[in-house]
Ligand binder design. Sequence first.
Ligand code: NAD
Length: 495
Amino acid sequence: MTPKIVTSFIGGEWVEPNESSHKIKIIHPADEQHISTLYEADTNEVSNAAETAKKTFDSGVWSNASVDDRKSVLLAIKDLIIENKEEIAEQEVMNTGAPIAQAYGRQIPRSAMNFEFFAEFISQASSPVFDQNPDYITYVRREPIGVAGLIAPWNAPMALATMKIAGAIAFGNSCILKPSELTPLGFVPFMNLLKKAGLPDGVINMVNGRGSVTGTAITQNENIDVIAFTGGTETGRVIGAESGKTLKKIVTELGGKSANIIFSDADFERALDAAMVAIFSNNGQQCLAGSRILVEKPIAKEFKKRMVERARNLIIGDPFDSKTEIGPLISKEQIEKVMSFAQTAEESDDTNILCGGKRCESFQKGYYFEPTIVETKSNQNTVCQEEIFGPFATILEFDGIDEAIELANDSEFGLVSYIWSTDIRKIMRAQAEIRAGVVWVNTPLMRELRAPFGGYKNSGIGRDGGEWSRNLFTEEKTVSIPLKDFPITKLGEND
Ligand code: NAD
């Protein structure tokens, strides 16, 4: 059942609702009904959360717990997510409008896997020892950094936030999560299972509210040592600047406009299937969407025809229907934003809307937008340069690998890229020359948690995943110990 209100979760308890708090209506995007109310955390509440997290950290109850103890709690959280998957998925879908089949198939398993992954990672991680100098042994200790501020977006709330939470707590930190103010609901059942998993109170805390209020209070708080942020590029700049004032460590995972390059020697059917998944899963609202499709001239006509047929055939509907492939967009603001790009495409001379481009007329209520494919002649067109974040793909033709690479790199973003070809030399050249943090060759959406994930250029700073999350959430301490006595210069003995 959807909770009527959502407050902060601090020290293992839900904060009593304070009627003077700013309140935000949580809307179900499929019918625009007001389903819950968020009570915003102000600066004082964020300070309380940060103090609680710091006290918990300093107490050593978690930060000094053995790796085996931490591992077993992380695995218990994983098991409880799986046990409670119906409830978590229901709240997540209620909140985001993402199709339930995708919540069960991707978002919830990924949330559970995040805890399993870091549980296994900490039990295997080691640190370097330097023994080249025969007189010394020098080794590196990894210590938790303290309190982590985790700021998350609305598009895949649980999957993205739990990657941060699991990474932060696995290494002994305490944390404060701030989900998007649009999507707090899935975290209610999640917070409720932490005690049962054996996690000490105060290790995971949550504050809710707008970025300008609750988010800013996190980035300004002196008790918070590190910020892990996922969200838009403009927000990333503000958070980077604000966090710099108190010298917090920071990683930012930001927007994308990823090129999906399809060469004429590609396996056509697989490339088509993957192009559909890359742009239309999660209602097109994903940072790693293959939203800029570049297709080689000899196959372009056929590819466009087939992709448009498939897009027109997508099942759009109630996100709780297990057959639904596309649900509503998250909010009124988001659908208006996506519609404004359709308008831009319509008004532009070098674009042609092949399908979609408007609200779904068959729905009286809900933020349903037709799956949209726009062919463009120039990569400079706004719809090729800006992140639209909806079921909206552009298709541009290219002639040969030089042009493909040039177009792929002609973007302020560099998050992921896709290459479809059966020619290994083409693949090897393209993967080397494309400026993006991740290259997927002949596959869509392969997230290897052991490997770094993050962006080049305006797609972010830093990476997460295995060792890279460890770098973010730990301090490194170099310890040198002499193996024998050696003469020390006697300063001050001048008689
Ligand atoms: P957003 O930037 O509007 O908000 C993200 C989070 O930041 C929210 O919790 C918001 O409340 C908070 N926030 C906003 N202003 C803040 C401030 N001044 N100080 C502190 N916190 C603040 O992004 P969104 O609309 O929620 O998410 C969509 C964006 O996220 C897209 O650009 C998408 O590409 C990006 N994204 C990136 C990745 C990735 O891994 N690179 C993954 C998912 C989403």
